[in-house]
Ligand binder design. Structure first.
Ligand code: IDP
Ligand code: MG
Length: 151
């Protein structure tokens, strides 16, 4: 079992896609163990995207991610980091595999509707930026667990 951090970006929130995107993760079998709507301040956004400091798109990225509310989530599942990235599709929606969230809902890289951690280390770092440990419910027993993962 692994945790990953997912954010529904401001473009998707504005477009009324929160429910549909969350539903994809739920239907796939990920367990939601943290969930909230918030608007990022600049400092937190810069921390979240610190690996991109200095890149030409950094300023636009921070402006965009702070432009409106986002939905922050922690998902738990088997190989969750990779599995979520697969479900999201490539960064540039033009290259995203058909059926992925970015292929279905996004048109450009600058407005690609979702964020997902790129490694277990990033996941732990990002979860800590967005959630205090008491805000998470890591232990809840989902009745469907046996159906999804046979456990
Ligand atoms: P990821 O979201 O698929 O992990 P990253 O490379 O971590 O992609 O980039 C973070 C975000 O920055 C992307 O989701 C995208 O919105 C934006 N981005 C990445 N590369 C570019 C670029 O070359 N031009 C414009 N925006 C970019
Ligand atoms: Mg990334």
């Amino acid at each position: 079992m692994q945790r990953t951090f997912v954010a529904i970006k401001p473009d998707a929130v504005q477009r009324g896609l929160i429910g549909e995107i969350i539903q994809k993760f739920e239907k796939k079998g990920f367990k939601i163990i943290g969930l909230k709507l918030l608007q990022l301040d600049r400092k937190t956004a810069e921390k979240h995207y610190e690996e991109h400091v200095g890149k030409p798109f950094f300023e636009n990225l921070v402006n965009f991610i702070t432009s409106g509310p986002i939905v922050a989530m922690v998902l738990e599942g088997v190989d969750a980091v990779n599995a979520v990235r697969k479900l999201m599709g490539a960064t540039n929606p033009v290259n995203a595999d058909v059926g992925t969230i970015r292929a279905d809902y996004a048109h450009t890289m600058e407005r690609n509707v979702v964020h997902g951690s790129d490694s277990p280390e990033s996941a732990e770092r990002e979860i800590a930026i967005f959630f205090d440990e008491p805000e998470l419910v890591p232990g809840w027993k989902r009745d469907l667990d046996e159906r999804f993962i046979g456990a």
